[in-house]
Design a protein around this ligand. Structure first.
Ligand SMILES: Cc1cc2nc3c(=O)[nH]c(=O)nc-3n(C[C@H](O)[C@H](O)[C@H](O)COP(=O)(O)OP(=O)(O)OC[C@H]3O[C@@H](n4cnc5c(N)ncnc54)[C@H](O)[C@@H]3O)c2cc1C
Length: 430
């Protein structure tokens, strides 16, 4: 079996099968230089590279496999405001930064909507995201979300749904209520990632694929070395490999752990059935700690996902793992065929807060979104670009957080993370 980061093509997902512009950037060979070198071609790397290029920097981006090969090209496509750990930051710093945190939580949405328009990226972007209550205690959250927006005169549509409205809007009696927000939404993530990479190259970013970085030589001008025999010397490096990276173990080992999440895609649903289960065409996520998430694709497949596995091992049969969960919510899909199944790795930290920082003043890192990241990666792309160009305020907010590093091997770390997850699963069952 092939290991991660060994020159792989995209996984066999619905997204890879419906990509608009397959990429084929050259492998890195020989000596190059740039103002900034970005390692990793997921949303974090691409969004940062594009922001820096928009500001006039020369940027080289090096990806081990293909643009969007990691979590960014495989995810549920749900644009969900916020960043894991943001509420804790808000509590820690108090009122002085409450407004800044509120703006940060939505910044990724704005960047995505602006870029899709500005660069004409075809990625099936839709507005509307619904969080569903499974347990009575979840109903409290829905009201909190509503009140928070009311307090801030939120200029987008948002609603609390009772059981009946939830049932008629989502074609299931699995939930006892829901909260809908139309500033969040959903899209085809691989087409967004590739579209942003194309926009970056139009602004001069040099992208290299199938070029795993195997070493970073630190110094005044850090140099990145790839297994394809290339070197890039730059003023600053960003490590954006998230759950898939293994670089700079001296500083970064046992900080971010891979957690598996898995998705199945049905065959395109008959129009009547698609209208029965999701007439508003919104993204849906339940409020369990170990949540299920789903939405319709542009061609009306149900993409149904679950965040399941913290052990570091993928299930042998993803459909057998996820389909029963889908049928619990939508028994009417019993005879519908599953066309695609795939999984990917989310980067998770022990305290579920971002792993952000800088080594030797010029090698930056950002990852460990610990859950959703479509929006969060775009927030951090801007914050990392700010930091690399010398504006540190928001970067420091995240970088000053202390992290618990699990001693020992990555295997041991995964076991401890898996144990923690067992606790969350039990909490969902109560
Ligand atoms: C199945 C699944 C469903 C998800 N659903 C959602 C969702 O609906 N909504 C949401 O907001 N978030 C979701 N997420 C989370 C979200 O996808 C991630 O948080 C986000 O994409 C992280 O982006 P990234 O760029 O940091 O990492 P990645 O996208 O994983 O990119 C890292 C890249 O770095 C490359 N790389 C690693 N090491 C090296 C190296 N040494 N040299 C060169 N390149 C290297 C990898 O090949 C990879 O392409 C989901 C994740 C998964 C796996």
């Amino acid at each position: 079996m092939k290991k991660d980061n060994q020159l792989q093509e995209h996984t066999s997902s619905y997204y890879a099968a419906s990509v608009n512009h397959p990429t084929s950037y050259p492998m890195l060979a020989g000596n190059h230089s740039a103002d900034i070198c970005v390692v990793g071609g997921g949303f974090t790397g691409v969004a940062t590279a594009l922001t820096l290029a928009e500001r006039g920097y020369s940027v080289a981006l090096v990806e081990a496999n293909r643009i969007g090969w990691g979590a960014s090209g495989r995810n549920g496509g749900q644009i969900i405001n916020g960043i894991s750990g943001l509420d804790a930051l808000s509590e820690k710093h108090g009122e002085s930064i409450t407004d800044m945190i509120w703006d940060i939580r939505w910044r990724g949405n704005d960047i995505i909507y602006e870029r899709v328009k500005k660069y004409n990226i075809q990625c099936d972007l839709k507005q509307g995201f619904v969080e569903t209550a499974v347990k009575p205690r979840h109903l409290e959250y829905l009201n909190e979300y509503f009140e928070e927006r009311q307090k801030r005169n939120f200029p987008y549509k948002y609603e609390v749904w009772n059981k009946e409205k939830t049932q008629s809007s989502l074609g299931t009696d699995a939930y006892i209520g829901a909260f809908a927000c139309y500033r969040d939404g959903h899209l085809h993530p691989l087409n967004l990632c590739i579209g942003e990479a194309r926009a970056a190259t139009q602004l001069g970013v040099k992208i290299f694929e199938q070029s795993p970085v195997i070493d970073i030589q630190h110094g005044q001008k850090p140099t990145v070395k790839t297994s394809s025999g290339g070197y890039i010397k730059s003023d600053a490096v960003l490590i954006a490999g998230n759950a898939y990276h293994t670089l700079d173990s001296k500083h970064l080992s046992n900080l971010v752990f891979p957690a598996g999440s898995y998705i199945i895609a049905t065959e395109p649903l008959p129009e009547e059935l698609a209208n029965e289960i999701n007439p508003l065409d919104v993204a849906v996520c339940d409020l369990n700690e170990v949540m299920d998430y789903y939405r319709l694709s542009a061609d009306k497949r149900l993409l149904y996902g679950g965040q399941c596995n913290y052990s570091g091992r993928d299930p042998a049969d993803i459909t057998a793992y996820i389909k029963p969960r889908m049928l619990e919510v939508y028994p009417q899909l019993k005879n519908i065929k599953i066309d695609y199944e795939w999984g990917g790795k989310i980067g998770i930290t022990v305290a579920r807060k971002l792993a952000v920082g800088c080594i030797n003043k010029n090698v930056f890192y950002c990852g460990g979104y610990s859950g959703h990241g479509v929006n969060a990666t775009h927030i951090m792309g801007e914050i990392m670009a700010d930091a690399i160009s010398g504006t540190m305020e928001k970067f420091d907010l995240f970088a000053n957080e202390k992290h618990l590093r699990i001693p020992g091997t990555r295997w041991m770390g995964n076991q401890i993370i898996a144990l923690g997850m067992l606790y969350y699963r039990l909490k969902d069952l109560l």
